[in-house]
Write a protein that binds this ligand. Structure first.
Ligand code: GLC
Length: 742
């Protein structure tokens, strides 16, 4: 009631103000946004309002030409600005000025565990969106990594809600500093691609709040994101693009979200629900407009003519419509019509170097064992190594295309082989053998694109050729992994196995027999099984690194950069070690899917079931070594409204500069409801020169001790005993500090 009164007063004030001022309030960038919203709303006709809340083309919605209010232009995706597509098609428009910087995939950003890299990423990609005149970036995605099979895990931040929350906030702020809205997606419970369009997810309230909603809550309340994308799947049998519980109740009421809820493309199924359940903009719907043969007849969208008709027949009022339009107008005044809006930049060296820096900080050194005779093979020492064999199709394959809507038309992409050749120069001989072959993909979005023809060579021949070449190499660099083909890291299809495709395991095992001096570099956005792990001395997870991939990977392999990435998700030994898989709670029965593992996702499951992972959440090695002192706390007892600070000394005991991520996990020793053994609640990345020592302090408050009590339906921190665990990974705990909450 009071809110309506406020709005009436605002409306009157802005009307009075505009009556006397020269510039209409909505056009005056110096006026408060809410006044501009009310003024613009008061000037719009019913038709103009309805036109504004649904698509007019594949990626745009109408403005108000009569009032000089511009259209809204959306663009994928989380890793770079998608090429311009035809007005009404997914296909590319073949422009010559839209080849972008491809930034690393978000699993790589997350693996940096460095919020400064997120800020750099968001600012840079926001500048590219701004330059391309897109005022909504359809990203980042923050869906939690629930199984190693989800095709889109490479687009997200991993298995932990705290890490995801800490890393997504600076990204959002960076994007929005350019006057471009970050549209955080896919809200919510879109944790698989199989049956994504309709699967009805059943999840208990604890897991819902503690695991799956948490990153979106941080995006809204800490990141201040101006847009949220509803997801395709259902929750409580309502599609999440128009869902009373997730949008009206949680997002708009509980979290006080004042931005725009945008549907996923084709995610709207019902006009009534779209009107009443909080959807503000409808995109890409396969409405009856399409089925009636009118190609993408945007006026047939659920929030188009059908809505207008209901209003004209007085079957619905305009209260919901005005709220939707207010939110779209707020988006406009925050972006295209905002004050001092930056101009952006596109495809610059600066952006390419930003991507390279992020990749160099995100690449994870998983293993680096010494060989008896030759010691560690990484970093490769070019004073000794004179004959390098590079094996694997991923050493040359373009990775910025494919994978679905995050695919990009990159200005350029340095392949790992190119990066290695550039760095090595004439210091060593480099030979290349593909080792295996995968089906090529057609250019994403290219009209009539065909996958390039390639000569089919038998796997046996390719394998034999690589193994023969390996025998007399000083070192073998195997570069494989996944490649964004369907049923790998790709939108629209989940993986059916955790194994590497194209018989790579057979090839790797053959290579290690031929030459023990083998490093395996995996390009992927998902965990993969490694049956050869005990034989291969060196293993890197190098992610999908975008435009500067090859230079980033080479700089790590040859030691120009000391790796400092940490895993944002668990690498299980086998698929059955994953909770959802073990409980047969994935992919559901094609109608419903119950997340039976509840809050025990990722390392929370491994800890609960005492399962040793292949590589743990938070794991990552360095070319130097770090020694941790005994962690301490500034107090033994913390009060509910107080804080507690944990301190630990870290020393670089190796002979080269390096970065380390000090991680803080909290264990609640006694709680009314079951809790994970420990949960990540703090981390700090530091850089240390050889012999340098730093004191790292991490302060927490009651939020770090709280869990969602689904009986009381609220977050609670229960007094009692806790333990703080400080470590360099979730499984490499360096020290524990008991404390009490009074
Ligand atoms: C896709 C994706 C979403 C993307 C949108 C537009 O289906 O789910 O992430 O932004 O449609 O391409």
């Amino acid at each position: 009631m009071f809110k309506n009164f406020q709005l009436i007063v605002l409306g009157l004030l802005s009307f009075v103000a505009s009556a006397f001022s020269q510039t209409p309030v909505y056009l005056d960038v110096n006026k408060p946004i809410e006044n501009r919203v009310e003024d613009a709303l008061s000037r719009m006709t019913l038709k103009e309002k309805v036109a504004m809340i649904h698509a007019q083309s594949k990626f745009s919605s109408a403005g108000v030409p009569r009032l000089g209010i511009p259209e809204n232009w959306m663009s994928d995706g989380p890793h770079g600005i998608r090429q311009e597509v035809l007005w009404d098609e997914w296909n590319g428009a073949d422009w010559t000025n839209d080849s972008c910087t491809a930034f690393p995939a978000l699993t790589c950003l997350s693996a940096t565990w460095n919020p400064e890299m997120s800020a750099l990423y968001g600012k840079s990609i926001g500048e590219e969106a701004r330059y391309r005149n897109k005022n909504v970036l359809l990203g980042p995605g923050v869906n939690i990594y629930r199984t190693p099979l989800n095709g889109r895990n490479f687009e997200y931040f991993g298995e932990d809600p705290y890490l995801t929350s800490q890393m997504v906030v600076p990204y959002i702020k960076g994007v929005q500093s350019n006057g471009v809205a970050s549209c955080v997606k896919h809200y919510v419970l879109n944790n698989q691609e199989k049956w994504r369009g309709h699967i009805n997810v059943i999840v208990n309230d604890r897991a819902f709040h503690e695991i799956y909603l948490a990153p979106f809550k941080a995006a809204v309340q800490k990141g201040g994101c101006w847009a949220i994308m509803g997801s395709y799947n259902q929750y409580k049998h309502q599609h999440c693009c128009h869902n009373q519980y997730t949008i009206n109740q949680i997002l708009k009421h509980d979290w006080d979200f004042d931005g725009v809820v945008i549907s996923d493309w084709g995610g709207v199924h019902n006009t009534e629900q779209a009107i009443h359940n909080g959807l503000d903009m409808e995109f890409g719907t396969g409405t009856n407009g399409m089925n009636l043969g009118k190609k993408n007849a945007y006026n047939y969208y659920y929030l188009a003519n059908p809505y207008l008709k209901l209003i004209k027949e007085e079957k619905v009022g305009t209260t919901e419509l005005n709220d939707k339009v207010r939110r779209v107008l707020r988006l406009v005044f925050r972006t295209t019509m905002s004050k001092n809006r930056p101009l952006g930049s596109f495809g610059t060296k600066e952006h390419a170097m930003a991507g390279r820096e992020i990749a160099q900080e995100g690449i994870v050194l998983l293993q680096n064992n010494s060989l008896k005779k030759t010691g560690k093979i990484l970093p490769v020492d070019l004073n000794k190594i004179k004959n390098i064999l590079v094996v694997g199709e991923n050493a040359v394959k373009r990775m910025t295309i494919g994978g679905g809507s995050s695919s990009l038309k990159a200005k350029y992409e340095i392949s790992p082989l190119e990066g290695i050749k550039d760095l090595v120069g004439n210091k060593a001989k480099i030979t290349y053998a593909p080792g295996y072959q995968s089906p090529t993909h057609a250019e994403q979005d290219k009209v009539g694109a065909k996958a390039p023809k390639q000569k089919k060579i038998s796997p046996e021949i390719l394998r034999a050729e690589a193994v023969t070449a390996a025998k007399d190499a000083d070192v073998v660099l195997y570069i494989g992994g996944l490649n964004k083909n369907s049923f790998q890291d790709s939108e629209g299809s989940d993986r059916t196995t955790m194994d590497l495709p194209y018989d790579q395991n057979k090839l790797i095992s053959a290579l290690i027999e031929a030459n023990p001096r083998l490093a395996v570099i995996i390009l992927s956005g998902n965990a993969v099984s490694m049956p050869w792990v005990n034989k291969v001395p060196a293993i890197l997870e190098a992610w999908y690194d975008g435009t500067e991939a090859g230079n980033a990977i080479a700089s790590i392999l040859f030691g120009e950069i000391n790796p400092s990435g940490k895993l944002p998700f668990t690498f299980p030994v086998k698929l059955q070690d994953n909770g959802a898989i073990a409980l047969n709670a994935y992919p559901g029965d094609s109608i419903n899917e119950e997340y039976k593992e509840g809050i025990f996702v990722g390392y929370r499951w491994a800890d609960k079931e005492n399962i040793e992972p292949l590589f743990a959440f938070g794991h990552g090695l360095s070319y130097t070594t770090f020694k941790y002192g005994k962690p301490t706390a500034d107090k033994k007892t913390m009060t509910i409204d107080g804080t507690i600070t944990f301190t630990v000394n870290v020393k670089n005991t190796g002979n080269r500069k390096g970065k380390e991520v000090v991680q803080l996990y909290i264990s609640d020793l006694k709680s009314t409801l079951p809790r994970p053994v420990k949960e990540l609640k703090g981390f700090k990345k530091i850089e240390l020169a050889p012999d340098e020592e730093k004191t790292v302090s991490i302060t927490i408050n009651k939020d770090a001790l709280s869990y969602y009590n689904d009986i009381k339906q609220e977050w609670v921190a229960e007094p009692g005993k806790f333990i703080a665990l400080i470590g360099s990974s979730s499984r490499n705990i360096k020290g524990k500090v008991p404390f009490e909450l009074k």
